[in-house]
Design a binder for this molecule. Structure first.
Ligand code: KPL
Length: 313
């Protein structure tokens, strides 16, 4: 692979949530950043990024998506941090500004929104990134880099992408000084992460507890055997078969390593935001149901999270 060359480009960052702002801040010393979001009436977003004891004050150019004007704004590279179900409509609203072979890097949970974007933008170079970087917000403008991780990146359809495109994407992301690993088969990482999210996130949202506490609960104990079997089935259907004990070990490993973290679903719940349950357990049960495979545990968790009546925004 080509070594990281430092090319200064304008990078658009769509979705200024915790992860979006973390990446924007980390890339901003090497790239020109434009944040894209829904908020109207501002041209600069001022926020803080805390890493350990150090708090960085950031001020980055911000463009409301509604006020982009074709010709004035062209988008060659966009990193996308919107919620899964907002991703396709948000990118469609950017369509007039995207250059014909723009690079789109998707950071969403699940895999359904990735496939929808790849289908809707066949000429764009679409990458998926699966990250274990931990980021959360004390308030909308105060981001905490809660834990260092690794970000794996690869093409959703490798046959549509040149090796040089992947090298450019990796070089760009490495400008963040975060740990980046190019992978040949990013779908494997996406499906594995989906299974892990199915196993952890709904329990944390329902029980309102950090990741490390779910395995002690009666709810987890009673549902896990069925859920595990469904997730093994799901990964098999996806073409990534995994033995049940291996999947369980991966889930328990993430539970332990992130024991004190609030999952993204719990953070959404606590902030009164819509959760991604439909893109996680919802996607899992629908995929299983389509193939007439058992899916009761994923369906139940999906219903329980929805019944919390917290899918507000
Ligand atoms: O990815 C996560 C999330 O919060 O969405 C897990 C793996 C549960 C870690 O917190």
């Amino acid at each position: 692979m080509k070594e990281a060359t430092e090319v200064i480009t304008t990078v658009h960052v769509l979705g200024p949530g915790a992860l979006g702002l973390l990446w924007a801040a980390k890339l901003s010393s090497r790239q020109t950043i434009r944040l894209l979001g829904r908020q109207e009436g501002i041209s600069t977003l001022r926020f803080s990024l805390q890493e350990g004891d150090i708090v960085y004050r950031m001020a980055l150019p911000y463009l409301p998506v509604s006020s982009l004007v074709p010709q004035n704004e062209t988008i060659k590279t966009v990193l996308v941090f919107t919620k899964s179900e907002d991703t396709l409509p948000a990118l469609q609203s950017l369509q007039p500004y995207l250059t014909p072979s723009a690079m789109i890097v998707l950071f969403q949970n699940g895999i359904g929104s990735h496939l929808a974007v790849a289908e809707a933008f066949p000429d764009c170079v679409v990458f998926a990134a699966v990250t274990t970087e931990g980021a959360n917000r004390r308030d909308p403008l105060s981001v905490v880099h809660a834990g260092r991780g690794i970000t794996r990146v690869g093409a959703l359809f490798p046959e549509r992408v040149r090796a040089a495109d992947l090298a450019d994407c990796v070089a760009l992301l490495k400008g963040s000084d975060l740990k980046i690993e190019p992978v040949v088969d990013i779908r494997k990482s996406l499906w594995t992460k989906l299974a892990i999210n199915c196993a952890i996130n709904p329990f944390t949202a329902i029980l309102s507890c950090p990741n490390g506490e779910i395995t002690e609960s009666d709810l987890f104990r009673s549902l896990w055997p069925t859920l595990k079997a469904e997730l093994v089935e799901l990964l098999g259907l996806a073409g990534y078969p995994v033995p049940a004990n291996e999947l369980e070990a991966s889930v328990m490993d993430v539970v332990q390593r992130t024991a004190h973290n609030r999952s993204s679903m719990l953070q959404d719940r606590l902030a009164g935001r819509r959760t991604e349950i439909d893109a996680i357990n919802g996607f899992a049960w629908r995929t299983l149901a389509e193939k007439r495979r058992p899916h009761a545990a994923n369906l139940q968790l999906c219903q329980m999270v929805k019944e919390l009546n917290l899918d507000l925004v």
